[in-house]
Design a protein around this ligand. Structure first.
Ligand code: GLC
Length: 566
């Protein structure tokens, strides 16, 4: 099944958590509550093409990011994850890396990277890089050598096989980007394997030389000062060596016109965990964090990615939470409880560069700004690490292309019109009301959505009721309130169909969070005295949200966050 469609599916049944939550403390400096830096940090994904363009060529760059560090600091960001900025033919906009140890000239130079890292460090912001571990570009020197002859030094660094017969690939596996996952190369009369585009050949992680080379890349960047990595498509590292055909999941075709397969033999193979333990060992030497694009849709699989004794990923992005695509207190409660009881530290993500933005997924078209605040009030106050996506804090919308000739994303080019691709969630950051939303003086690589007139950093900074001001308030609170930093998660009123409410309890302190997920006014009463608390003091609240005694009244899509006293 296509990964983007997976994203959009509301999760099916959840397996019950097997293991109780525990801290994971193999890194170095822990705070008084025993937490590592990344547990209390707020992460923010920057899509470098679209964030800020310092040299006015229409594409964002590293110096652009450096110029916005003060903005990020004020917003309350502690770590930025930069989507790939390495040399690349840009067939999949950087997810096709042709040199792991350099910066693509369109984004700047290594010196620019060093300056960014230095300036970020000055402000206490960590840099996380996107490590594309599953595949390289077909222009990487390893692949160019690999394809040159069957006896080339790097031949076995990729996955080459004979076809089943003339014009018949080795098996039925389909690429996530459409068509067969095998491409025939006439130079050596064999097929090579690619989970994604043909321009993204899969590395052969069964070859120890590949492992060594990739571990060296990890060390190279850690030594240069990065604080960790987001491991791209890490679930796809291994394939069945016997190349068994994948079972057909259901009849019919997916949006790209291919059979709908279950990725039984080319995804989530157990061997990936050995690699993760290796990558983690190295990360630990530098107090680094590993975030994983793991695509788990149940807790058993999620726990496996934390590893036995938390020796694999610190922050696997489970997507259980993000697959709740409607404002449903019951669904969120279920997913939060599951993730909260998993064996590692929770990670919460509501948007990224591969999925429709949260503003559109949850918005009802009439109360989108209020709903954006509800979502911020939710995932920024849960126990766990939130990973924001650029523009989410100002309520950016997904704006897909309307004509096929405008599509840039390879997925949209193949899938048009059913699958329009991911350009819509990658449009330029909206800084102000000026030309091109202040992103660039040149025509941006993707058009700026019309919403920049109403949703931009400059205007929203001046408006105390804006989505941006709300994010800033909640993030400020999150950084300073002990219960929000370290408190346990205690669900309240679990049968309420409209209001999602919970406590975060730390020692004798607690914070109450009440989120109205409906378009009508709601009142919720809580047995706080029974839990040993009395009185609620508002900390952050939207208009018409207030507490009287143990009762909270919330306007449509209202948010109330209050401090409880003993
Ligand atoms: C991941 C990335 C996505 C990319 C794919 C191939 O899913 O998030 O953007 O296209 O990997 O690298």
């Amino acid at each position: 099944m296509h990964r983007k469609s997976l994203w959009m599916l509301v999760c099916g049944l959840l397996c019950l958590p097997l293991v109780a939550a525990s801290a994971q403390n193999s890194g170095k400096a822990a705070d008084a509550a025993g937490h590592q830096w990344w547990q209390n940090a707020v992460f923010y994904e920057v899509y470098p093409r679209s964030f800020a363009d310092s040299n006015n060529d229409g594409v964002g760059d590293l110096n652009g990011i450096t110029s916005k560090l003060d903005y990020l600091k004020k917003l309350g960001v502690d770590a930025i994850w930069i989507s790939p900025c390495f040399p690349s033919p840009q067939k999949d906009f950087g997810y096709d890396v042709s040199d792991y140890e350099n910066v693509d000239p369109m984004y700047g130079t290594l010196a620019d990277f060093d300056r960014l890292a230095k300036e970020a460090k000055k402000r206490g912001i960590h840099i996380i890089l996107d490590f594309v571990v599953n595949h390289t570009s077909d222009q990487h020197k390893w692949f160019l050598d690999s394809k040159s002859s069957r006896t080339a030094e790097h031949r076995d660094w990729y996955i080459w096989r004979d076809g089943k017969g003339p014009d018949q690939p080795p098996n039925n596996w389909v690429s996530d980007f459409g068509g067969p996952a095998w491409t025939f190369d006439p130079t050596t009369n064999q097929y090579y394997y690619h989970f994604f585009e043909a321009a993204q050949p899969d590395l052969n992680w069964r070859n120890p030389a590949v492992k060594d080379a990739m571990f060296d890349v990890e060390r190279w960047w850690l030594k240069r000062g990065v604080s960790g990595f987001r491991l791209d498509a890490v679930d796809t590292l291994f394939e069945d060596p016997d190349l068994n055909d994948n079972p057909i999941e259901r009849p019919g075709k997916n949006a790209l016109g291919d059979p709908i397969e279950e990725n039984k033999y080319n995804d989530n193979l157990p061997e990936v965990h050995d690699v993760l333990r290796g990558l983690r060992k190295i990360a630990d030497e530098y107090d680094g964090v590993l975030i994983g694009e793991t695509w788990t849709d149940d807790i058993v699989a999620l726990n496996r990615y934390y590893g036995d004794g938390n020796n694999e990923l610190q922050l696997p992005m489970d997507f259980l939470f993000a697959t709740v695509n409607k404002l449903s207190p019951a669904e969120f409660r279920k997913q939060i409880a599951a993730v909260d009881a998993a064996s590692g530290w929770p990670t919460f993500v509501i948007s990224n560069h591969d999925i429709v933005r949260s503003y559109d997924r949850y918005g009802d078209g009439a109360h989108n700004d209020q709903i954006a605040k509800v979502m911020a009030g939710l995932y920024l106050t849960l126990r766990g690490t939130p990973i924001m996506y650029y523009g989410e804090e100002i309520g950016m919308t997904t704006t897909p292309p309307t004509r096929k000739e405008d599509v840039k994303d390879p997925l949209g080019i193949t899938g048009w019109p059913e699958e329009k691709g991911r350009d819509g969630e990658r449009t330029p950051m909206q800084w102000n009301e000026n030309e091109n939303a202040g992103f660039s003086k040149a025509t941006p690589w993707l058009p700026v959505p019309p919403s920049y007139k109403t949703h931009n950093v400059a205007d929203e900074s001046k408006d105390p009721d804006s989505v941006l001001s709300f994010y800033k308030k909640v993030l400020k609170l999150r950084h300073t309130n002990p219960a929000l930093l370290d408190g346990s998660y205690v669900p309240l009123n679990e049968n309420d169909q409209n209001v999602l409410a919970y406590l975060r309890v730390y020692k004798d302190q607690a914070v109450l969070v009440a989120l109205n997920m409906s378009g009508t006014e709601q009142t919720a009463s809580f047995d706080l005295s029974k839990k040993g608390f009395s009185g609620v003091k508002s900390l952050v609240a939207t208009e018409k949200a207030e507490a009287k005694g143990e009762t909270v009244t919330l306007g449509p899509f209202g948010v109330f966050i209050g401090q409880l006293a003993k």
